[in-house]
Design a protein around this ligand. Structure first.
Ligand code: MTE
Length: 330
């Protein structure tokens, strides 16, 4: 198993600001109680209208911490949780934090089916208590050309999928978000939901799904995920654009054929199946060569920096795509 310590994916020395508040808080955390399209806009600064006080409480998680690289800058919790894409709750960046607080995440089940010898349904809250959670501090790159560094808590998707004994016909993994129009206004109204055909779906090739960097996340900053970040369980694939990170997952299906994905279905010329971070391939409407890092500090401190191939995780994942033309398979 691979825990990232320091590689090219980490930020340079001159971009540092430590996050001491988080580090000290983390050391005391213990015990789990029980037709639009993405646009290159919406950079946040202090624009965090949804206040923490209005938000659903998050439970502390019991997890194995990752020793952060000494020069790693984390995006503050309040920015990670107030600048979101979750179109089921509206297309604005603060809509998810404002509109998702009533999402009922307990109980929550996740079904794994399809090309597996042992299909089954798990209670996600029980799973969190028994699977052995670990922290993964990942650099995240959004297709909208902003980036964050987020301390996720979760477990390797591959380790989880092996419990269900994938068959040799399992070539892809298809994911599905909860479909519940009563709770999700974007599913009731196409305008609110950005024209996506719900439920939101995503997919990975089986080798991508089994890669040790690919996790199912159940928390961030040491606590359970807030609804706007995909509670109680969502996908995180750090070398791909953020839209691959499907939220509030209820079903995983192992399949033989490449499954549909929501953004590819909506705008196939703009969003491919692979969605690997690639500074050499521009989005048709904007460049992917650089990104704005959202860190501590106000809007004027937001830095533009070069985007790295595979978001800086090339050493770990480039071999998965050795013989592929990544301009064609974007
Ligand atoms: N999952 C669902 N179900 N619905 C969505 O609209 N948006 C995606 C992805 N997962 C989305 C989703 C997009 S476009 C991005 S950039 C990431 O979630 C954002 O994750 P974050 O809000 O936790 O940063």
């Amino acid at each position: 198993m691979l825990i990232k310590t320091r590689s090219r994916s980490d930020l340079a020395e001159n971009e540092v600001t430590p996050e001491p508040a988080y580090l000290s808080r983390r050391s005391v955390i213990k015990g789990l109680g029980a037709g639009v399209g993405l646009a290159g806009i919406g950079l946040l600064g202090a624009n965090t209208r949804a206040l923490a006080a209005d938000q659903a409480p998050r439970k502390p998680l019991d997890f194995r911490p990752q020793k952060p690289a000494p020069d790693l800058v984390l995006t503050p919790d309040e920015k990670v949780t107030n600048h979101n894409n979750f179109y089921e709750f509206g297309t604005g960046k603060t809509d998810p934090a404002q509109n998702s607080q009533g999402l009922k995440t307990e109980p929550w089940t996740l079904t794994v089916e399809g090309e597996v010898e042992k299909p089954g349904t798990v209670d996600v809250w029980k799973l969190m208590g028994e699977i052995g959670l670990e922290e993964r501090i990942y650099r995240m790159r959004c297709v909208e050309a902003w980036s964050m560094v987020i301390p996720w808590v979760g477990f390797e998707l591959g380790r989880f999928l092996k419990r269900f004994a994938p068959t040799s016909r399992a070539k892809y993994v298809a994911f599905e978000t909860l479909y519940d129009p009563e709770q999700m206004p974007g599913q009731r109204n196409r305008f609110v939901g950005g024209g996506i055909d719900y439920p939101y779906v995503e997919g990975l090739r089986i080798d991508e799904a089994m890669h040790p960097l690919t996790i199912l996340s159940v928390g961030l900053y040491g606590k359970t995920l807030p609804p706007q970040n995909g509670a109680p369980i969502r996908l995180v694939v750090p070398w791909k654009y953020g839209f691959k990170g499907i939220k509030s997952i209820v079903k995983i299906r192992l399949v033989e054929e490449m499954p549909p994905t929501s953004w590819n279905r909506l705008l196939p010329n703009e969003y491919g199946f692979y969605a690997n971070v690639n500074p050499a391939v521009d989005h048709p409407r904007w460049s992917q060569a650089t990104e704005r890092f959202i860190g501590p500090g106000g809007i004027f401190s937001v830095k533009r920096q070069a985007t790295l191939p595979f978001n800086g995780y090339g050493e770990e994942v480039a071999s998965l795509y050795r013989n592929m033309d990544l301009r064609k398979y974007y």
